[in-house]
Design a protein around this ligand. Sequence first.
Ligand code: GUN
Length: 307
Amino acid sequence: MPANVLDGAEVARQTRNELRARVEAFTASRKRPPGLGIVLVGHDPGSEVYVRNKLKSAGETGLRADLHRLPEDASLVEVVAAVRELNASGVHDGILVQSPLPAALGPEAEQVVFDEVDPAKDVDGFHPVNVGRLVQGRPFLVPCTPLGILELLDRTGTPIKGRHAVVIGRSDIVGKPVALLLLHRHATVTICHSRTVDLPKVAATADILVVAIGRAGFVTRDFVKPGATVIDVGMNRVDDREQARKLFPEGHPRLAAFDRRGSVLVGDVHPEVWEVAGALTPVPGGVGPLTIALLLSNTLKAAEARS
Ligand code: GUN
């Protein structure tokens, strides 16, 4: 029997609908909407799409959202100045600096810039103060994708307490914070990564498997215990037909879509896992839409806390 679909797009719709009423109440009582300031440096194509979707979704939910664009060759001083301006703004409750920053700014640039964001406005949850609060189990602003994953598990009635969660990936944006959130909900948590010995064997002990490594179709059926809940955080563009063919058989609608467009968006989990897992998030339409919904939720949370 194929796995149940964990419909992130539907859960995101529910979350945004509930938020809309709270945003209206905030706007009526404070005489202004909650405000989000986004800093985008350069023209990374992926970032352009993400930022457009964030602005659109914020507007539809009743928030104010402003984009502060900087050129590809902006200096670190200019990026920091944009953040400081938003820190001082009375109408912006949340600040998001879209990652990745241009490589020319240097390897330390992101940390320098994220450290500048006022922790009270840090809707990405990347500032060390917010990271520390999460580690200590007294979270304030938590990274949006991990929050979205917990929202999806909760709203689909997936139990967490006492179960074994395996997280593949140890990034600051997804792997580490989702592991902490699951731990605080009393899961037994294992974090795996590229150097883990016998990775498929460890993954196959999971009741809940979260995959965030950025490698198309990496997790095959041998990584998955029959009936497990699998959360695919990957979003990879495949533009090589041979690679697409390894994911989808001839005649599959996604391969036909590849042949029309020359590329296809796929997760880190191989489609054959649908035959083994108990429940699985599709890509697209799984975790992605929830990240944006939780960004709006974090902005409202920051706005309420600030006033
Ligand atoms: N780039 C990809 N995901 C994210 C995210 O969650 N926040 C920011 N700021 N940039 C990103």
